[in-house]
Design a protein around this ligand. Structure first.
Ligand SMILES: [Zn+2]
Length: 407
């Protein structure tokens, strides 16, 4: 049966993992290469034609009835974070394969179908996310990637070469100018919205993007016993107020889908009996509305200058990255919505707070995403779980969507 096959394939891929806790299948690791060759074998059983591009994206193709038609693509990734879960990425690959398997049984589509397994979606190993889909979208950052190394000191390019890919030809992975009909990615939501609402399907309208700031507060270090309370320039006290300001400003913008987090702070000298002279913070502001993000950052800067002046400290703000949120395509969302209606499956439209390969594919062709619920919204964690019923509903909706896009 279909369901048994899907669960068996999910189980088998979960077996390609290092260590005892959760799933550790880093990009281009022996475990990921095993998972790739297992899934490639399944594609070959379905008589799909396989090619692997220079950065290692695997593209399995099932011809349609019209040899001239542009392909409808589906896919996700097989790499994981350290001690992650079984579903992030893998589910999108397996669901795509299950959908293609059904379409083979029920009758080929007009357009060819392509299952794409993207290289290095997670940033965990080399510090850059969605590398395979960026290369496919023609935005590979060759200069930065050339310097990227993992924690063992193995370079990204070196790791590509070691498994037989072609690091000096990464630019050839670009599919700019090629006719692609559509791309669809199915993924676990990685948040609690669908589960809380009791809905099996989310239709993603936009993917949030982060603006990242490094905030450096300089005060004056001093003896914690001898410096009077009213003449201190305490960098950490300023930083504490900035953390609260991030929360306040983001809360006031929450209706626009913008969120803000101070995820890390470093204090110098960082000893109990010295007033902190330096505090550095890393801040992540993200959302689906770029104007809202820009205004949030501006409001935060205004707040920070008031705080810094009152505390007698100096604050420098450095923008590390500022990515643009991605709107997915109405034509694909409409196809997913129609599939839900045809199958009498309830759904809601929503945004993705996390990044996905789909955000780069959206630059190449009409792109959509289908979310299914995951337990308590947990992901990147061994507890990550998606119920088999929800997985099968997702595959039903994906199959119908692909068929309608490919007719
Ligand atoms: Zn993922």
């Amino acid at each position: 049966m279909d369901r048994d096959w899907v669960l068996h394939v999910m189980d088998t891929v979960s077996g390609f993992s290092r260590g005892e806790t959760g799933i550790t299948r880093l990009a281009l690791s022996p475990e990921e290469m095993q998972a790739r060759s297992y899934v490639t074998g399944l594609m070959q059983e379905l008589e799909m034609r396989i090619r692997v591009d220079a950065i290692g994206n695997i593209i399995g193709r099932l011809e349609g009835t019209d040899p001239a038609a542009a392909p409808v693509c589906v896919g996700s990734h097989l790499d994981s974070v350290p001690e992650g879960g079984r579903y992030d990425g893998v589910l999108g690959v397996v669901a795509g394969l299950a959908a293609i398997r059904r379409i083979i049984k029920e009758g080929h589509t007009k357009h060819p179908l392509e299952l794409i397994i993207f290289t290095a979606e997670e940033s965990s190993r080399f510090g850059f996310a969605t590398m395979g889909s960026k290369a496919m979208a023609g935005i590979a950052d060759l200069k930065a990637w050339g310097k990227a190394k993992d924690s063992q000191g193995i370079g990204f390019l070196e790791a590509l070469a070691a498994v037989g890919f072609l690091p000096d030809q990464i630019e050839s992975a670009s599919r700019i100018g090629e006719a692609l009909h559509a791309f669809v990615e199915l993924h676990i939501e990685q948040g609690p919205v669908l589960e809380d609402a009791g809905l099996p399907i989310g239709i993603v309208e936009a993917i949030a993007a982060p603006t990242r700031l490094k905030i450096r507060v300089e005060g004056t270090p001093g003896h914690s016993g001898t410096t009077p309370m009213d003449s201190r320039e305490d960098a950490l006290v300023t930083a504490a107020q900035i953390i609260l300001a991030v929360r306040e400003v983001a809360l006031s913008r929450y209706g626009e889908g913008t969120v803000g987090t101070v995820g890390n702070i470093k204090v110098n000298p960082g000893v109990m009996n010295v007033i902190p002279g330096l505090a550095e913070m890393w801040v992540d502001i993200r959302g689906v509305d770029h104007d809202s993000i820009v205004e949030t950052v501006q409001e935060l800067k205004d707040e920070i200058s008031i705080i810094a002046e009152a505390e007698g400290t100096t604050v420098a703000i450095e923008v590390l990255t500022s990515d643009k949120p991605v709107r997915l395509h109405q034509s694909v969302s409409a196809a997913v919505e129609q599939a839900c209606k045809d199958l009498k499956v309830s759904y809601r439209r929503m945004n993705s707070g996390a990044g996905h390969d789909a955000m780069h594919m959206a630059a190449l062709c009409p792109t959509g995403m289908i979310f299914i619920p995951c337990a308590r919204g947990i992901s990147h964690n061994p507890e990550e779980f998606a119920a088999p019923d929800d997985i099968m509903t997702g595959i039903d909706v994906l199959t119908r969507t692909l068929r309608s896009l490919a007719e």
